[in-house]
Design a protein around this ligand. Structure first.
Ligand code: PLP
Length: 365
Protein backbone atom coordinates (compact mmCIF):
# COMPACT_ATOMS: atom_id res chain seq x y z
CA UNK A 1 0.00 0.00 0.00
CA UNK A 2 1.25 3.49 -0.74
CA UNK A 3 2.29 5.38 2.35
CA UNK A 4 0.13 8.50 2.79
CA UNK A 5 1.89 11.83 2.67
CA UNK A 6 2.10 13.64 5.97
CA UNK A 7 0.01 16.74 6.39
CA UNK A 8 2.95 18.98 7.12
CA UNK A 9 2.96 22.72 7.73
CA UNK A 10 5.73 23.77 5.42
CA UNK A 11 7.27 27.01 6.55
CA UNK A 12 10.50 26.44 4.69
CA UNK A 13 11.74 28.27 1.64
CA UNK A 14 11.00 25.18 -0.41
CA UNK A 15 7.64 24.16 -1.81
CA UNK A 16 4.96 25.48 0.50
CA UNK A 17 1.57 23.90 0.98
CA UNK A 18 -0.46 24.53 -2.13
CA UNK A 19 -3.77 26.38 -2.25
CA UNK A 20 -6.48 23.68 -2.02
CA UNK A 21 -7.89 24.75 -5.40
CA UNK A 22 -4.52 24.11 -7.01
CA UNK A 23 -4.22 20.66 -5.46
CA UNK A 24 -7.75 19.68 -6.52
CA UNK A 25 -7.04 20.75 -10.09
CA UNK A 26 -4.07 18.39 -10.24
CA UNK A 27 -6.61 15.56 -10.15
CA UNK A 28 -8.79 16.80 -13.02
CA UNK A 29 -9.14 14.42 -15.96
CA UNK A 30 -6.16 15.03 -18.22
CA UNK A 31 -6.76 16.94 -21.43
CA UNK A 32 -4.63 16.24 -24.48
CA UNK A 33 -2.01 18.91 -24.93
CA UNK A 34 -3.36 19.74 -28.41
CA UNK A 35 -7.03 19.57 -27.40
CA UNK A 36 -8.70 22.95 -28.14
CA UNK A 37 -10.10 22.83 -24.60
CA UNK A 38 -6.54 22.72 -23.23
CA UNK A 39 -5.45 25.56 -25.53
CA UNK A 40 -8.24 27.66 -24.01
CA UNK A 41 -6.98 26.79 -20.50
CA UNK A 42 -3.44 27.72 -21.51
CA UNK A 43 -4.65 31.07 -22.85
CA UNK A 44 -6.55 31.72 -19.62
CA UNK A 45 -3.46 30.79 -17.61
CA UNK A 46 -1.27 33.17 -19.61
CA UNK A 47 -3.82 35.93 -19.04
CA UNK A 48 -3.82 35.25 -15.30
CA UNK A 49 -0.03 35.36 -15.33
CA UNK A 50 -0.10 38.76 -17.05
CA UNK A 51 -2.10 40.04 -14.11
CA UNK A 52 0.20 38.69 -11.40
CA UNK A 53 3.24 39.95 -13.31
CA UNK A 54 1.62 43.38 -13.80
CA UNK A 55 2.29 43.29 -17.52
CA UNK A 56 0.63 43.47 -20.90
CA UNK A 57 3.43 41.47 -22.53
CA UNK A 58 1.91 39.08 -25.06
CA UNK A 59 4.82 36.72 -24.42
CA UNK A 60 3.86 35.76 -20.88
CA UNK A 61 3.69 32.03 -20.32
CA UNK A 62 4.41 29.16 -17.93
CA UNK A 63 7.69 27.55 -19.01
CA UNK A 64 7.56 23.79 -18.52
CA UNK A 65 10.34 23.54 -15.95
CA UNK A 66 11.26 24.96 -12.55
CA UNK A 67 12.31 28.51 -11.71
CA UNK A 68 15.95 27.80 -12.51
CA UNK A 69 14.94 27.08 -16.11
CA UNK A 70 13.26 30.47 -16.11
CA UNK A 71 16.63 31.92 -15.11
CA UNK A 72 18.36 29.97 -17.89
CA UNK A 73 15.75 31.10 -20.42
CA UNK A 74 16.22 34.74 -19.40
CA UNK A 75 19.97 34.67 -19.98
CA UNK A 76 20.27 32.23 -22.85
CA UNK A 77 17.88 34.32 -24.93
CA UNK A 78 19.49 37.67 -24.18
CA UNK A 79 23.26 37.25 -23.77
CA UNK A 80 25.89 35.48 -25.81
CA UNK A 81 29.68 35.60 -26.04
CA UNK A 82 31.02 39.06 -25.32
CA UNK A 83 27.73 40.62 -24.20
CA UNK A 84 28.05 42.46 -20.91
CA UNK A 85 25.76 41.32 -18.11
CA UNK A 86 25.75 43.40 -14.92
CA UNK A 87 24.44 41.20 -12.11
CA UNK A 88 23.53 42.33 -8.61
CA UNK A 89 24.52 39.69 -6.07
CA UNK A 90 23.12 39.79 -2.53
CA UNK A 91 22.50 36.10 -2.02
CA UNK A 92 22.53 32.63 -3.49
CA UNK A 93 20.25 33.32 -6.43
CA UNK A 94 22.25 36.33 -7.62
CA UNK A 95 25.30 34.03 -7.48
CA UNK A 96 23.44 31.49 -9.61
CA UNK A 97 22.59 34.17 -12.16
CA UNK A 98 26.33 34.87 -12.57
CA UNK A 99 27.02 31.20 -13.16
CA UNK A 100 24.25 30.93 -15.75
CA UNK A 101 25.28 34.10 -17.58
CA UNK A 102 28.93 32.98 -17.64
CA UNK A 103 27.91 29.68 -19.20
CA UNK A 104 26.19 31.70 -21.96
CA UNK A 105 29.58 33.30 -22.64
CA UNK A 106 28.59 36.69 -21.25
CA UNK A 107 31.13 39.08 -19.85
CA UNK A 108 29.75 39.17 -16.28
CA UNK A 109 30.17 42.27 -14.13
CA UNK A 110 29.24 41.19 -10.59
CA UNK A 111 28.07 43.82 -8.17
CA UNK A 112 28.44 42.22 -4.76
CA UNK A 113 26.49 43.22 -1.68
CA UNK A 114 26.64 41.91 1.83
CA UNK A 115 24.15 39.06 2.31
CA UNK A 116 21.17 40.31 4.28
CA UNK A 117 21.31 43.73 2.59
CA UNK A 118 19.19 44.89 -0.36
CA UNK A 119 20.84 45.73 -3.67
CA UNK A 120 21.97 49.30 -4.23
CA UNK A 121 20.27 50.29 -7.53
CA UNK A 122 22.69 53.17 -8.23
CA UNK A 123 25.80 51.09 -7.72
CA UNK A 124 24.36 48.36 -9.93
CA UNK A 125 23.30 50.79 -12.68
CA UNK A 126 26.70 52.52 -12.65
CA UNK A 127 28.77 49.33 -12.70
CA UNK A 128 29.26 49.45 -16.48
CA UNK A 129 28.61 52.19 -19.08
CA UNK A 130 26.86 50.03 -21.64
CA UNK A 131 25.72 46.59 -20.53
CA UNK A 132 23.34 44.54 -22.65
CA UNK A 133 21.51 43.34 -19.56
CA UNK A 134 21.23 44.25 -15.89
CA UNK A 135 19.90 41.53 -13.61
CA UNK A 136 18.71 41.39 -10.01
CA UNK A 137 16.66 39.26 -7.65
CA UNK A 138 13.52 40.97 -6.37
CA UNK A 139 13.01 38.72 -3.33
CA UNK A 140 16.21 36.91 -2.25
CA UNK A 141 14.98 33.67 -0.76
CA UNK A 142 18.42 32.84 0.60
CA UNK A 143 18.41 35.86 2.92
CA UNK A 144 14.80 37.10 3.16
CA UNK A 145 15.61 40.45 1.56
CA UNK A 146 13.41 42.61 -0.68
CA UNK A 147 15.19 44.81 -3.25
CA UNK A 148 14.02 47.97 -4.99
CA UNK A 149 13.46 46.96 -8.61
CA UNK A 150 11.43 50.08 -9.39
CA UNK A 151 14.45 52.34 -8.84
CA UNK A 152 16.74 49.99 -10.76
CA UNK A 153 14.26 50.12 -13.66
CA UNK A 154 14.46 53.93 -13.71
CA UNK A 155 18.28 53.81 -13.85
CA UNK A 156 18.77 50.94 -16.32
CA UNK A 157 19.38 53.14 -19.40
CA UNK A 158 19.46 51.05 -22.62
CA UNK A 159 20.09 47.79 -20.83
CA UNK A 160 17.47 45.08 -20.66
CA UNK A 161 16.38 44.50 -17.08
CA UNK A 162 16.14 40.84 -16.04
CA UNK A 163 14.36 40.21 -12.74
CA UNK A 164 14.02 37.05 -10.64
CA UNK A 165 10.54 37.14 -9.09
CA UNK A 166 10.44 33.52 -7.91
CA UNK A 167 9.59 34.45 -4.31
CA UNK A 168 7.66 37.67 -4.94
CA UNK A 169 5.10 36.72 -7.60
CA UNK A 170 1.61 36.25 -6.23
CA UNK A 171 2.70 37.37 -2.77
CA UNK A 172 3.81 40.99 -2.80
CA UNK A 173 3.60 43.92 -5.21
CA UNK A 174 5.11 43.15 -8.61
CA UNK A 175 4.58 45.66 -11.44
CA UNK A 176 6.70 44.47 -14.35
CA UNK A 177 5.62 47.09 -16.90
CA UNK A 178 5.57 50.04 -14.51
CA UNK A 179 9.00 49.15 -13.11
CA UNK A 180 10.62 48.60 -16.50
CA UNK A 181 11.22 44.86 -16.19
CA UNK A 182 12.07 43.55 -19.67
CA UNK A 183 12.48 39.88 -18.82
CA UNK A 184 11.06 38.22 -15.71
CA UNK A 185 10.95 34.67 -14.46
CA UNK A 186 9.36 33.06 -11.43
CA UNK A 187 8.34 29.72 -9.95
CA UNK A 188 5.04 28.18 -8.96
CA UNK A 189 6.03 26.75 -5.58
CA UNK A 190 6.30 29.89 -3.52
CA UNK A 191 3.53 32.49 -3.04
CA UNK A 192 1.53 31.20 -6.02
CA UNK A 193 0.81 28.16 -3.86
CA UNK A 194 1.17 25.53 -6.58
CA UNK A 195 3.42 22.46 -6.67
CA UNK A 196 6.91 23.12 -8.04
CA UNK A 197 7.41 22.52 -11.74
CA UNK A 198 6.54 25.59 -13.84
CA UNK A 199 8.35 28.86 -14.42
CA UNK A 200 5.99 31.79 -15.08
CA UNK A 201 7.91 33.90 -17.58
CA UNK A 202 7.44 37.25 -19.30
CA UNK A 203 9.40 39.14 -21.94
CA UNK A 204 8.62 42.52 -23.49
CA UNK A 205 8.43 43.02 -27.27
CA UNK A 206 11.47 45.30 -27.02
CA UNK A 207 13.54 42.59 -25.31
CA UNK A 208 12.20 39.94 -27.69
CA UNK A 209 13.42 42.03 -30.65
CA UNK A 210 16.88 42.25 -29.07
CA UNK A 211 17.12 38.54 -28.25
CA UNK A 212 19.74 36.12 -29.51
CA UNK A 213 18.32 34.81 -32.81
CA UNK A 214 19.36 31.21 -32.32
CA UNK A 215 20.26 30.58 -28.67
CA UNK A 216 22.25 27.48 -27.82
CA UNK A 217 19.26 26.00 -25.94
CA UNK A 218 16.58 24.52 -28.20
CA UNK A 219 14.07 23.87 -25.41
CA UNK A 220 14.24 27.37 -23.95
CA UNK A 221 14.38 29.25 -27.26
CA UNK A 222 11.72 31.93 -26.81
CA UNK A 223 11.40 32.28 -30.56
CA UNK A 224 10.01 28.76 -30.70
CA UNK A 225 8.00 29.12 -27.49
CA UNK A 226 6.16 32.03 -29.09
CA UNK A 227 4.58 29.41 -31.34
CA UNK A 228 3.67 27.28 -28.34
CA UNK A 229 1.58 30.02 -26.78
CA UNK A 230 0.18 30.93 -30.18
CA UNK A 231 -2.17 33.68 -31.21
CA UNK A 232 -1.38 36.03 -28.32
CA UNK A 233 2.11 36.39 -29.77
CA UNK A 234 0.82 37.28 -33.23
CA UNK A 235 1.91 34.00 -34.81
CA UNK A 236 0.12 30.74 -35.45
CA UNK A 237 0.22 28.15 -32.74
CA UNK A 238 2.75 25.42 -33.41
CA UNK A 239 3.65 22.29 -31.49
CA UNK A 240 6.80 22.83 -29.42
CA UNK A 241 6.65 20.22 -26.67
CA UNK A 242 4.09 18.19 -24.74
CA UNK A 243 2.79 20.69 -22.22
CA UNK A 244 2.43 19.56 -18.59
CA UNK A 245 -1.35 19.85 -18.69
CA UNK A 246 -1.97 18.89 -15.05
CA UNK A 247 0.46 21.50 -13.74
CA UNK A 248 -1.07 24.15 -15.96
CA UNK A 249 -4.58 23.26 -14.68
CA UNK A 250 -3.22 23.61 -11.16
CA UNK A 251 -1.59 26.96 -11.90
CA UNK A 252 -4.77 28.25 -13.53
CA UNK A 253 -6.79 27.29 -10.44
CA UNK A 254 -4.34 29.04 -8.12
CA UNK A 255 -4.35 32.16 -10.29
CA UNK A 256 -8.14 32.26 -10.24
CA UNK A 257 -8.08 31.97 -6.48
CA UNK A 258 -5.47 34.71 -6.10
CA UNK A 259 -7.21 37.06 -8.52
CA UNK A 260 -10.56 36.45 -6.84
CA UNK A 261 -9.04 37.37 -3.48
CA UNK A 262 -7.48 40.37 -5.22
CA UNK A 263 -3.77 41.11 -5.61
CA UNK A 264 -3.88 43.94 -3.06
CA UNK A 265 -5.61 41.73 -0.52
CA UNK A 266 -3.17 38.91 -1.11
CA UNK A 267 -0.25 41.27 -0.60
CA UNK A 268 -1.86 42.72 2.54
CA UNK A 269 -2.34 39.17 3.89
CA UNK A 270 1.34 38.35 3.29
CA UNK A 271 2.48 41.61 4.90
CA UNK A 272 0.21 41.13 7.92
CA UNK A 273 1.40 37.57 8.51
CA UNK A 274 5.08 38.37 7.93
CA UNK A 275 5.02 41.43 10.15
CA UNK A 276 3.24 39.55 12.94
CA UNK A 277 5.81 36.77 12.74
CA UNK A 278 8.76 39.14 12.73
CA UNK A 279 7.38 41.18 15.64
CA UNK A 280 6.63 38.00 17.56
CA UNK A 281 10.12 36.64 17.02
CA UNK A 282 11.68 39.91 18.17
CA UNK A 283 9.45 39.87 21.25
CA UNK A 284 10.82 36.41 21.99
CA UNK A 285 14.33 37.92 21.86
CA UNK A 286 15.33 36.70 18.39
CA UNK A 287 17.54 38.70 16.06
CA UNK A 288 16.34 38.92 12.47
CA UNK A 289 18.96 38.49 9.77
CA UNK A 290 17.67 40.68 6.92
CA UNK A 291 18.24 44.43 7.14
CA UNK A 292 15.41 46.33 8.80
CA UNK A 293 13.10 48.02 6.29
CA UNK A 294 14.01 45.48 3.59
CA UNK A 295 12.49 42.33 5.06
CA UNK A 296 10.29 40.09 2.98
CA UNK A 297 7.01 39.24 4.68
CA UNK A 298 6.90 35.84 2.97
CA UNK A 299 10.36 34.71 4.05
CA UNK A 300 11.74 35.59 7.46
CA UNK A 301 15.40 34.94 8.19
CA UNK A 302 16.31 34.55 11.86
CA UNK A 303 19.73 34.33 13.48
CA UNK A 304 20.02 31.01 15.31
CA UNK A 305 20.59 31.88 19.01
CA UNK A 306 24.06 31.25 20.50
CA UNK A 307 24.53 27.68 21.64
CA UNK A 308 21.38 26.38 19.91
CA UNK A 309 21.70 23.44 17.56
CA UNK A 310 20.02 24.68 14.39
CA UNK A 311 19.41 21.25 12.86
CA UNK A 312 18.07 19.76 16.11
CA UNK A 313 15.46 22.53 16.41
CA UNK A 314 14.37 22.03 12.82
CA UNK A 315 14.04 18.27 13.38
CA UNK A 316 12.08 18.84 16.61
CA UNK A 317 9.63 21.13 14.83
CA UNK A 318 9.18 18.58 12.10
CA UNK A 319 8.70 15.61 14.42
CA UNK A 320 6.55 17.23 17.09
CA UNK A 321 4.61 19.88 15.19
CA UNK A 322 4.78 18.81 11.54
CA UNK A 323 6.40 22.17 10.85
CA UNK A 324 9.24 22.48 8.40
CA UNK A 325 11.47 25.53 8.54
CA UNK A 326 14.52 25.97 6.34
CA UNK A 327 18.19 26.13 7.20
CA UNK A 328 20.19 29.13 6.08
CA UNK A 329 21.95 29.20 2.72
CA UNK A 330 25.64 29.26 1.82
CA UNK A 331 27.88 30.27 4.69
CA UNK A 332 24.81 30.90 6.84
CA UNK A 333 23.64 27.28 6.60
CA UNK A 334 24.09 26.66 10.34
CA UNK A 335 23.58 30.15 11.71
CA UNK A 336 20.28 31.25 10.14
CA UNK A 337 16.78 29.78 9.92
CA UNK A 338 14.44 30.70 7.11
CA UNK A 339 10.72 30.68 7.84
CA UNK A 340 8.34 30.91 4.92
CA UNK A 341 4.80 32.25 5.06
CA UNK A 342 3.80 31.85 1.45
CA UNK A 343 0.47 31.58 -0.31
CA UNK A 344 -1.98 29.66 1.89
CA UNK A 345 0.46 29.73 4.83
CA UNK A 346 0.39 33.51 5.06
CA UNK A 347 -2.25 33.60 7.78
CA UNK A 348 -2.50 34.35 11.53
CA UNK A 349 -2.97 30.68 12.50
CA UNK A 350 0.33 29.70 10.91
CA UNK A 351 2.08 32.57 12.67
CA UNK A 352 0.61 31.55 16.06
CA UNK A 353 1.53 27.91 15.51
CA UNK A 354 5.15 28.73 14.79
CA UNK A 355 5.49 31.27 17.61
CA UNK A 356 4.15 28.69 20.07
CA UNK A 357 6.24 25.83 18.77
CA UNK A 358 9.63 27.52 18.43
CA UNK A 359 10.34 28.23 22.15
CA UNK A 360 9.50 24.62 23.03
CA UNK A 361 11.72 23.32 20.22
CA UNK A 362 14.62 25.52 21.37
CA UNK A 363 14.17 24.44 24.99
CA UNK A 364 13.84 20.72 24.32
CA UNK A 365 15.79 19.98 21.14
N1 PLP B 1 15.39 32.14 -7.65
C1 PLP B 1 14.94 32.24 -6.39
C2 PLP B 1 14.86 33.60 -5.74
C3 PLP B 1 14.53 31.09 -5.70
O1 PLP B 1 14.08 31.19 -4.44
C4 PLP B 1 14.62 29.84 -6.34
C5 PLP B 1 14.20 28.61 -5.64
O2 PLP B 1 14.00 28.57 -4.46
C6 PLP B 1 15.09 29.79 -7.65
C7 PLP B 1 15.47 30.96 -8.28
C8 PLP B 1 15.19 28.49 -8.37
O3 PLP B 1 13.92 27.95 -8.58
P1 PLP B 1 13.68 26.37 -8.69
O4 PLP B 1 14.14 25.74 -7.42
O5 PLP B 1 12.19 26.29 -8.90
O6 PLP B 1 14.45 25.89 -9.87
Amino acid sequence: MTKPLLDRHLFGPGPSNAYPEATTALGYPLLGHLDPAFIERLDATCEGLRQVWGTNNSRTLPLSATGSAGMEAAFVNTVGPGDVAVIAVNGLFGERMCDVAQRCGADVVRVDHEWGQPIDPERVANAHPNPKVIAAVHAETSTGVLSDIKTLGKLKGDALLIVDAVTSIGGIELLADEWGIDVGYAGTQKCLGVAPGLAPFTISDHAFDRRIEKPQSWYLDLGMLGGYVGSATGGGRTYHHTAPVAMIASLEAALQRILTEGLDNVAARHWAAGTALQNGLEEQGHKLFAAEGHRLPELTSVVVPEGVDSAAVRSYLLEHFNIEIGAGAGKYAQSVWRIGLMGPNANPASVALLLNALPEAIAKA
